[in-house]
Ligand binder design. Structure first.
Ligand SMILES: Nc1nc2c(ncn2[C@@H]2O[C@H](COP(=O)(O)OP(=O)(O)OP(=O)(O)O)[C@@H](O)[C@H]2O)c(=O)[nH]1
Ligand SMILES: [Mg+2]
Length: 340
């Protein structure tokens, strides 16, 4: 594109086609927000935003090989069978590849890959100018505007980037495979806060009840503390708190998938019937805004530091001092003087 900072006829055309449900236009718009600068993304999101807000967003996390893709395959089948439009985003924060074959392989949608109501996209770290968390939020909105009834996000593990990604979801499913033993203690901190439905997949393996009991114990303990609510202590009394449910599944054979869907629906209904829905929406907005502002600030600060003769002088003089020449002190001064 000649002028990467302007929305072009090409983008307008893609957005029109997205509104008509053109899958290829969706894929190309996603590539645009992934690879072009924030100015283009801003304009695309502004343009499509009025069409968003209808999709149910479900995040699925769990250790490698726990059955996330298999489960998503089963869930998608059920949703597609009743005529729903399903979108899947596979996010891999650890992978340097973007949208490549590697991630494509991880999601195996043998039965449905030709279904017009299904859209699958892989995302990884590379090529995301503003970071993966913000790119995922942008992509979710494009898929929402496209008319997806449900958007399912698959991501491995419980690192900070996954937790950030799941701040965009309505319902978060945490898969815990049996046989984790005492490891369950180590995953709890991150996953406990964000999981709405615990799925013990591979229920055909041993140790399913043991895991279920451990999760129950963890939930009982956390119920005793008010301050572990991710939405903040002060909101605790206003929120009717959801107690995470536990579902056992066999994703390979498709057992208990209906039960899982019922749990997802119950959770969505819970959000809508309490003020949690608005509360979550506000928090989603806050985290989206946080990402956007961080990006903007970073660029502003870079600009101040690297394209400004005055600050160059200022730093040179500070460095020559015997006291107060450390980077922290200089940073404080720069905030006061240049970044007000
Ligand atoms: N026995 C049994 N095997 C399962 C079940 N669910 C998934 N599997 C198998 O477990 C393996 C991993 O499943 P995936 O769905 O690829 O797991 P994943 O969590 O998506 O894996 P990554 O994307 O690589 O992190 C595959 O061989 C599946 O066939 C289950 O309920 N029971
Ligand atoms: Mg997978």
């Amino acid at each position: 594109l000649k002028n990467p900072n302007n929305i072009t006829d090409i983008h307008i055309n893609l957005i029109d086609r997205l509104k008509e449900g053109d899958r290829r236009a969706v894929a190309r718009l996603i590539t645009q927000v992934e690879n072009q600068g924030q100015e283009i993304t801003k304009k695309i999101i502004k343009e499509i935003y009025p069409l968003t807000g209808k999709a149910t967003i479900v995040g699925i996390t769990g250790p490698p090989g726990s059955g996330k893709s298999t489960l998503i395959n089963q869930l998608s089948s059920k949703y597609l069978d009743i005529g729903m439009k399903v979108s899947i985003i596979a996010v891999d924060p650890s992978s340097p590849f973007s949208g490549g074959a590697l991630l494509g392989d991880r999601i195996r949608m043998k039965d449905h890959s030709s279904n017009k109501n299904l859209f699958i996209r892989s995302m990884a770290n590379r090529g995301k100018l503003g970071g993966l968390a913000i790119a995922t939020k942008d992509v979710i909105h494009i898929l929402d505007a496209y008319g997806s009834d449900i958007i399912i996000i698959e991501t491995v593990g419980v690192g900070q980037s996954e937790i950030d990604i799941f701040k965009s979801a309505h319902t978060v499913i945490g898969i815990i495979p049996p046989g984790m033993g005492d490891e369950i203690q180590t995953i709890k901190a991150g996953i406990m806060e964000i999981t709405d439905i615990f799925v013990i997949n591979k229920m055909d393996h041993d140790g399913v009840d043991k895991i279920a009991n451990q999760i129950e114990d963890m939930l009982n303990i956390s119920d005793q503390f008010l301050n572990n609510n991710p939405y903040g202590k002060s909101n605790e009394k206003k929120l009717n708190k959801w107690r995470p449910s536990i579902v056992k599944t066999n994703a390979l054979k498709g057992e208990n998938i209906d039960e899982l869907i019922i749990n997802i629906n119950t959770h969505t209904a819970f959000l809508k019937n309490t003020n949690s829905f608005t509360q979550r929406l506000i928090y989603r907005y806050k985290f989206y805004i946080l990402d956007i502002l961080k990006n903007l600030m970073e660029k502003n600060i870079e600009n101040v530091l690297f394209n400004n003769d005055e600050i160059e002088d200022f730093i040179r003089k500070k460095i020559e001092l015997r006291e107060g020449n450390d980077p922290y002190t200089i940073s404080d001064l720069i905030i006061k003087k240049y970044l007000k």
